[in-house]
Design a protein around this ligand. Structure first.
Ligand code: FE2
Length: 365
């Protein structure tokens, strides 16, 4: 077992998208993120635009390429809009990079320093699953908005926040037969341990199956579930993802809130589309769970389509959006935890059946 690499949390999730200005607008008006910083041609960057969005402790960056020969444009053509970089905040980027490479990570960018009047940021990147990367970021000596070269966004009213507070977990889909290899990667390189393991018995419907391992830092700052398709009668949602994304990549991010009812109601009003839950789910729920310890109203949950799961440690409320871009790839989970450190295993069947209804509509089941 390797020693745990010191990681403070997620620094940012950077997306490569086809139109960063419009993506930023969507996350602002639909998800309630503030647009805080920007870089692009106006600030001397010739080949791309990046918009930095923040809400609570969550930071997203929407980046688009501006020229046909741009690697960002090529990435977007190959995969559609998707997550390029799951960046980690670390106390020392040089050390994190050296340790990761020594432990077997593929080096992508040696440590580099950027400076402006607000101080300096040190970054270094390694390759992860598919074309996704992890950048180690040390911003302990920086007081600017995001990175040198970025300027505060002008002419933006603050967004109306929806209560999203932090990134709870970041899930990847990997190719058939490679879940264990990626679980070992995070164990070897970051020193993570396995929090959960779901086999295809636990995660199957009449048609499809998948397996999942959750790697984490032992404290809960970083949780990385890894999904792999398993044999089923029809095409699994993981295979559909891999067909459209082309390689392994980020499938969904769970964003935590302290008040899921308010958050989801507002996101729905803002036009975010969620997976639907049949009313039979809520009939079953009344008898399946111990309601003496759950502070939630079933009528309200049913109205909004929010799911509940319970284990020895407590309970959680969760809901899943539909894909947020044209390809059936990246989606979100909104989660409110009360003690439970689980992932809603009791809801997997209902969730997958909801995804399958959408897959069938797309002609991909
Ligand atoms: Fe999740």
């Amino acid at each position: 077992m390797s020693d745990l690499m010191p990681i403070l949390g997620y620094d940012a999730i950077e997306f490569y998208v086809g139109n960063a200005r419009q993506a930023a607008h969507y996350y602002r008006t639909a998800f309630g993120f503030d647009a805080v910083a920007y870089t692009g041609p106006e600030h001397g960057v010739r080949d791309r635009c990046s918009y930095v969005l923040e809400q609570g402790g969550i930071r997203f960056v929407m980046t688009a390429g501006l020229t046909a020969d741009s690697d960002i444009v090529r990435h977007q053509a190959a995969h559609g809009d998707g997550v390029k970089d799951v960046a980690f905040s670390v106390p020392n980027a040089e050390q994190a990079f050296a340790l990761a490479v020594e432990r077997g990570a593929t080096a992508l960018a040696e440590p580099w320093v950027e400076e402006d009047e607000f101080g300096k940021v040190v970054r270094a990147s390694i390759l992860a699953y598919g074309e996704t990367i992890h950048t180690f970021v040390d911003r302990s000596n920086y007081s600017g908005d995001y990175l040198p070269g970025y300027k505060p966004t002008r002419h933006q009213q603050p967004a109306e926040p929806t209560g999203l507070r932090l990134i709870d977990h970041v899930v990847c889909n990997v190719e058939l037969g490679s879940m264990d290899r990626w679980a070992k990667y995070y164990a070897d390189i970051l020193g993570f341990t396995q929090l959960h393991h779901f086999d295809d018995e636990a995660i199957s419907t009449e048609y499809t199956a998948l397996m999942s391992k959750v790697l984490w830092d032992g404290e809960g700052r970083i949780k990385l579930p890894i999904n792999e398709p398993a044999d089923g009668k029809k095409k699994s949602q993981i295979e559909e993802y891999l067909d459209f994304y082309g390689v392994a990549g980020v499938q969904h991010m769970a964003l935590a809130t302290d008040d899921i009812v308010t958050t989801v109601r507002q996101m729905r009003n803002n036009g975010v589309r969620f997976l639907s839950t049949p009313s039979s789910y809520y009939d079953d729920l009344r008898s399946r769970l111990d309601w003496s310890t759950i502070d939630a109203d079933v009528e309200t949950l049913a109205e909004l389509g929010i799911l509940v799961d319970q284990d020895d440690e407590g309970y959680l409320l969760q809901i899943f959006t539909k894909s947020v871009q044209d390809r059936p790839t990246v989606f979100y989970e909104v989660i409110e935890r009360h003690g439970s450190r689980g992932f809603g295993v009791g809801n997997f069947k209902a969730l997958f059946e909801a995804i399958e209804r959408d897959q069938a509509e797309r002609g991909n089941l």
